[in-house]
Design a protein around this ligand. Structure first.
Ligand code: BGC
Length: 747
């Protein structure tokens, strides 16, 4: 059947938020109190005061800042975290400026404030949104305690490229996982009410497609076409906005010739008019005036015009609004209305945060920084974020008495925190070395072998090998320093740097059981080390409590349960490599001739004509969703409530999950579908749901995923969002490349 002939079951394009906004605008009843207060305030503001609200400055202790605040030229500050300084400047805004409008204070609180949680890509590996929400709530509590009201997180940029340094800050390659994690973070930061004493406003960023940078080089151009934009890159944003995200940041990249900060079609037309969102849009750091370098504005005045017209409410640091908006309005190049609406959005944020009632931070309140329950939550998140990639039986290390602890990441308290830790402290970090030394009953022999991740010197390797020979087991901590990932920190070759490869090879040469623990900001190409190791535990930079968490996993206090949020390529040349790709007309079969098997003087067409690399095939090192534990799980007895789904209906997909091993552990059961044919080609697999299921040894459970027709919907050829009748495949299983398969038909 060609289902495309049968039309699309449309999902209403008018979202609930849009409906509410529409209803509010069209009904004649009283406006909500905040809107009334905004109206009253706006009516009293001069044009200069309005434009002042749209100006965000980075804190520097210079005296003029207070003058600017007093004159109403500043709406927000970022990068100020000293409570006394915040209160002093807030006092100027509230008590000395003409209208007493409080400042909103922003800060990059990306994966914890003082208590640092695993980097977001590691948090994604937990497949546990509740835990991620808890971490964000803790970060909010710590940040608000010093006077921060607003974080520039979560970063929702889908990334399919291991080279891109900022993937560390996001949730990986999958839109459904990204949507779940992003919404969880928003709920965590913002709490029940933004005005709560432990809440901060979230900022979803970077709008949009910033993670699709060509070649994985940060800030680079992107070329995401409209369907892919809607069906992949915008999915986490829509979900996080529906979860109540208070603010949004535009991106640095230009997509198809239009920089994010000047993209009216996406910001004003889609985000505002189509989605009906009433939050606040901030530019990225100087991304307004960077439109000059992009070649999208001739000068700062034109840049200000483009950003304001696109719908950017607040300009981060580059000052062009303050300087040029008065003239642009006068000249009719920016409508006065646009400015009024931007100011409304900014004031709405301040009212929602309760800043008019509670502008000051209580400097006498007990500090929650590093509270014991925060450290415990960070430890649990680090445990759940680690992914066991290989285990020949050496883990857990239950019988080991003497452990050689080797490698540059074993005792790197700053580096294990990862990127974006403005307010983290290496002094508060517990490294694996310290955690292992604290265990009773084992002797630790510590020899780094290589002193930091880029260190090319092989001079220390002999000592590490000597320690390995004296030990029962070797644990090598390798990976990346924090500085090798994050903003502007992309790599052309994301493999182990320095002499780390030599170190691992030398340790393997001792014949001692070798456990490799990787601590990195991205998936590294670690095929050689994987082959050399008896076991490999992959930890994205795990944060303050990484050491104890890793010790818990190595010694089997808990079983690993993290799963890969990104596909791991075998080699850099395979990138971009992601599981949810569209198919070629000639898919790889796995039985192709590889380069070493090509006979001499082969006939030209004898290799098979499928889509692969002669020297690397087409398969990844590990698929999305992969991860082992200390037990084994079996999937069986898959059944569907029906072989058909009605348009607008749903289907229950049930299976038995059995722990067939000898210890309790948690499996992340994953549910994928494939839309067999569509009005546009659909991915070969798409994650639709996942569930963490904990089972005792020998235990089993029936697990049900409910699939709705809305989950089958996508933006199709005619631009509408809907599900298309026809045949679908589905899988339940442990990762994106295996599992039990069934099919159904959407009527
Ligand atoms: C980054 C943003 C960040 C901002 C403020 C920019 O360079 O791209 O993600 O929030 O700086 O620090």
């Amino acid at each position: 059947m060609n289902k495309k002939l049968r039309g699309r079951a449309l999902v209403p394009a008018l979202t609930l938020a849009a409906f509410i906004a529409f209803a509010l605008a069209s009904c004649s009843g009283p406006k909500p109190e905040i809107e009334q207060r905004i109206d009253e305030l706006l009516a009293r503001m001069t044009l200069e005061e309005k434009i002042g609200q749209m100006n965000q400055l980075s804190y520097d202790a210079g005296a003029e800042l207070a003058d600017d605040i007093e004159a109403g030229r500043v709406g927000s500050l970022l990068n100020i975290v000293d409570p006394a300084a915040i209160n002093a400047l807030q006092r100027v805004a509230v008590e000395e400026s003409r209208l007493g409008i409080p400042l909103v204070v922003g800060r990059d609180v990306i994966h914890g404030f003082r208590t640092i949680f695993p980097i977001p890509i590691g948090q994604a590996a937990t497949f546990n949104p509740d835990l991620v929400q808890q971490g964000a709530a803790i970060a909010a509590r710590e940040a608000r305690s010093v006077g921060v009201h607003w974080t520039f997180a979560p970063m929702l940029d889908i990334s399919r490229d291991q080279r891109w340094g900022r993937l560390a800050e996001g949730f990986g390659e999958d839109p459904v996982l990204g949507a779940a994690m992003g919404s969880a973070m928003v709920r965590g930061y913002q709490g029940e009410s933004l005005a709560g004493p432990a809440s901060i406003a979230a900022c979803v960023k970077h709008f949009v497609a910033y993670g699709a940078a060509e070649g994985g080089r940060d800030y680079n151009s992107t070329n995401v076409p409209p369907h892919l934009m809607r069906n992949v890159y915008l999915v986490p944003f829509k979900a996080a906005i529906d979860a109540g995200a208070a603010t949004l940041m535009t991106s640095f990249n230009e997509n198809d010739g239009i920089p994010g900060t000047g993209n009216k079609a996406l910001v004003r037309d889609m985000l505002r008019d189509e989605w009906g969102w009433d939050g606040m849009v901030v530019s990225d750091w100087a991304s307004v005036t960077e439109m000059i370098a992009h070649g999208f504005a001739a000068d700062a005045k034109e840049a200000a015009m483009r950003a304001a017209n696109a719908g950017v409410d607040m300009e981060m640091v580059s000052g062009s609004y303050l300087q040029f908006l008065p003239a642009l309005i006068e000249e009719g190049k920016v409508p006065q209305d646009y400015v009024d609406n931007s100011v409304r959005n900014i004031l709405r944020l301040k009212f929602r945060l309760g800043l008019f009632e509670n502008p000051y931070v209580d400097t006498d309140a007990p500090s929650p920084l590093y509270a014991p329950e925060h450290l415990e939550a960070a430890r649990e998140t680090a445990r759940q974020s680690a992914v066991l990639l290989k285990n020949d039986g050496v883990l857990p290390l239950e019988g080991a008495k003497t452990v050689a602890v080797v490698g540059p990441m074993a005792d790197a308290p700053h580096d294990q925190l990862g990127t974006w830790i403005f307010d983290g402290r290496k002094e508060g970090t517990i490294t694996p070395l310290n955690a292992l030394r604290d265990l009773s009953g084992i002797t630790v022999l510590h020899e780094p072998g290589v002193s930091y991740s880029r260190d090319r010197s092989t001079a220390g390797i002999a000592k590490a090998v000597a320690a390995a020979r004296r030990a029962d087991v070797v644990v090598a901590f390798v990976g990346e320093e924090a500085i090798l990932s994050g903003e502007a920190h992309s790599l052309a070759d994301p493999g182990l740097k320095g002499a780390q490869k030599e170190l691992v090879a030398a340790l393997a040469g001792t014949g001692k059981p070798l456990v490799v623990v990787v601590m990195a900001g991205r998936p590294l190409t670690i095929g050689d080390e994987l082959a050399a190791a008896d076991a490999m535990l992959y930890c994205f930079h795990p944060g303050t409590m990484g050491g104890p968490a890793i010790a818990d996993l190595l010694f089997g206090t808990v079983s690993p349960s993290g799963r890969l949020p990104m596909t791991f390529a075998r080699e850099v040349g395979q990138i971009p490599l992601y599981y949810n790709h569209n198919n070629t007309g000639r898919p790889f079969t796995g039985s192709e001739t590889m380069i070493d098997d090509i006979p001499l003087e082969a006939a030209q067409t004898s290799l098979g004509n499928t889509s692969y690399y002669l020297d690397a095939g087409a398969e990844p090192l590990f698929p999305f969703g992969f991860g082992l534990s200390y037990t084994t799980f079996e999937y069986s007895e898959l059944s569907l409530s029906s072989g058909e789904m009605a348009s607008g209906g749903s289907l229950d997909v049930t299976f038995t999950l059995t722990n067939t091993g000898r210890r309790e552990a948690t499996e992340v059961a994953q549910f994928y579908i494939r839309d067999v044919s569509g009005s546009i080609s659909r991915p070969v697999k798409e994650l639709k749901d996942f569930r963490r299921v904990t089972l005792p040894a020998g235990g089993s459970a029936r697990v049900t995923f409910t699939l709705t027709a809305e989950q089958l919907a996508f933006y199709g050829l005619d631009g509408t969002f809907g599900a298309e009748p026809g045949d679908f495949l589905l899988w339940v299983g442990p990762d994106s490349s295996s599992g039990l398969e069934a099919s159904f038909t959407l009527r």
